[in-house]
Design a protein around this ligand. Structure first.
Ligand code: ARG
Ligand code: ZN
Length: 354
C-alpha cells in the first residue's frame, strides 16, 4: 500500500507505524517537488508543429493533435463519444485500413492524475495512424484489427489536475447536495454497481461512486460507445497508472470468476510478457478483485459484463511508486514503446487463437 502523508504529520505517522510493528520505506521524499518539476509554463512548451509526444499536454492540445492526425492519415477517422460534465468533447479515433474487421478499443485518462495514460494512448495513436518508423508489425496488425483509441475519458478532471490539484482523481461533477465535487468514474459504471464494494456513497470520498450507475456523463458516453461497437469488438483496454499490472475482471467480486478465465489469463500473459521484454519493466498479471482489490463499477467489468466485449482489461502503466503519478516526461516515450509491444503481441495472439 502506498500512503501519501502530509509533511507536518510525517513524524507522528512514522512512529505510529513503528509502534504497531509495520514495516515501511520512504519512496518519495517530497511529492510537491515532483509536482513543481512538471509544471512547465505553456509558453516554454513546444507547440504543435511536430507535436511533442514526450510531453504532457492540455486537453485542447490533445484535441488539436487528434484532429491533425485524422486530417493527415487516411487510416484515421475522428469521432465524438459524448460530452463531459463541463461540456468538453470526448473524442476518439477509429483507425482502420478499411473492410470490416474485429476491433480493439483502448481508452486512457479515466482518472485525472494518471497523466501517463493519455500520453501513452497518444503515442499509440501516432504509431498506429501514422506508423512513423514504417514498422511492418504495425501494417500487419492493421490488416487484422480496427482500433478505437480514446485518449481522455475524463477531460474535466485531467484539466483540473493540470491547473489546480495535481492529485485529483475524479471527474468535476457536483453531487446532489454538499460542496464536494467529483465522481470516481471507475466506480460509476453499471455492472453490479455497488458503492459498498471499493467505493463510497460519500461525495467527498476519492472513490465516490455517484448516486446511481452511469450518472456521470463521461461513463454514460463511454458505456454507450462500448455497447455501440460491441458486436465487432473483441477486446477492451482501460489504461491507468500506476502499478505495472495487466488485470482481468471481475472487479466487483472475488467470489465469481469469469467463465473464460484461462483465456483472459493467457492473453494478459502475452501482453505483459511483451511489455516486459522491451525494457525489462516488470509487469504482473492478475484479477482485479482477486489480486488487487475488489471495486465495483469499473469500466472493465462493464465492457465485459454489460457490453459483452469478451477480453476486457485494466492496464496499470509505470511505475511501481518511485515517482507514482508524477512519472517524469523522459519516461513517456519508453512507456509508450513498451505498451506498443504489449498491444501488438496481445492483438496478434488474439488473431491467431480466436
Ligand atoms: N486502480 C484501478 C481503480 O481503482 C483498478 C481498477 C480495476 N478494475 C476494477 N473493476 N476494479 O479504479
Ligand atoms: Zn486509475
Amino acid at each position: 500500500m502506498d500512503i501519501h502523508v502530509d509533511a507536518k504529520h510525517l513524524e507522528q505517522y512514522s512512529s505510529d507505524l513503528e509502534s504497531i510493528g509495520t514495516d515501511y520505506t520512504k519512496w518519495i521524499d517530497d511529492v510537491q517537488k515532483l509536482i513543481e518539476r512538471d509544471n512547465v509554463p505553456a509558453s516554454q512548451q513546444r507547440q504543435l508543429e511536430g507535436f511533442n509526444l514526450a510531453q504532457y499536454h492540455s486537453v485542447s492540445e490533445i484535441s488539436q493533435y487528434v484532429h491533425e492526425v485524422a486530417a493527415a492519415s487516411n487510416r484515421a477517422q475522428l469521432h465524438t463519444a459524448g460530452k463531459s460534465y463541463e461540456n468538453k468533447t470526448i473524442e476518439y479515433l477509429k483507425i482502420s485500413t478499411g473492410g470490416s474487421k474485429k476491433s480493439i478499443f483502448i481508452n486512457g485518462g479515466l482518472h485525472a492524475r494518471e497523466w501517463i495514460s493519455p500520453a501513452v494512448v497518444l503515442y499509440l495513436i501516432n504509431q498506429l495512424a501514422l506508423n512513423p518508423s514504417n514498422n511492418p508489425a504495425i501494417d500487419s496488425i492493421l490488416e487484422k484489427f480496427d482500433w478505437y483509441l480514446l485518449p481522455v475519458v475524463n477531460p474535466d478532471g485531467y484539466e483540473y489536475s493540470r491547473t489546480t490539484d495535481r492529485l485529483w482523481r475524479k471527474n468535476r461533477q457536483p453531487p446532489p447536495s454538499g460542496s464536494c465535487i467529483g465522481v470516481d468514474l471507475n466506480r460509476n459504471f453499471g455492472f453490479n454497481w455497488n458503492p459498498a464494494i471499493g467505493g463510497s456513497t460519500y461525495p467527498c470520498s476519492e472513490v465516490y461512486a455517484g448516486t446511481k450507475a452511469l450518472t456521470a456523463p463521461e461513463t454514460a458516453a463511454v458505456g454507450k460507445l462500448m455497447r455501440d461497437i460491441h458486436c465487432h469488438t473483441i477486446a477492451y483496454l482501460d489504461i491507468h497508472a500506476y502499478g505495472q499490472m495487466w488485470l482481468w475482471p471481475w472487479g466487483y467480486t472475488a467470489d465469481v470468476l469469469p467463465s473464460d478465465l484461462e483465456d483472459l489469463k493467457h492473453y494478459a500473459k502475452v501482453g505483459a510478457n511483451a511489455i516486459s521484454k522491451k525494457y525489462n519493466t516488470k509487469f504482473i498479471i492478475g484479477g482485479d478483485a482477486t489480486d488487487l482489490y475488489p471495486a465495483a463499477g469499473g469500466a472493465d467489468d462493464y465492457a465485459k459484463g454489460v457490453a459483452g466485449i469478451q477480453y476486457s482489461y485494466t492496464v496499470e502503466l509505470k511505475d511501481e511508486g518511485n515517482y507514482g503519478f508524477e512519472l517524469p516526461v523522459n519516461q513517456i516515450v519508453p512507456t509508450g514503446e513498451e505498451m506498443l509491444e504489449g498491444i501488438l503481441a496481445f492483438a496478434k495472439e488474439l488473431f491467431v487463437r480466436e
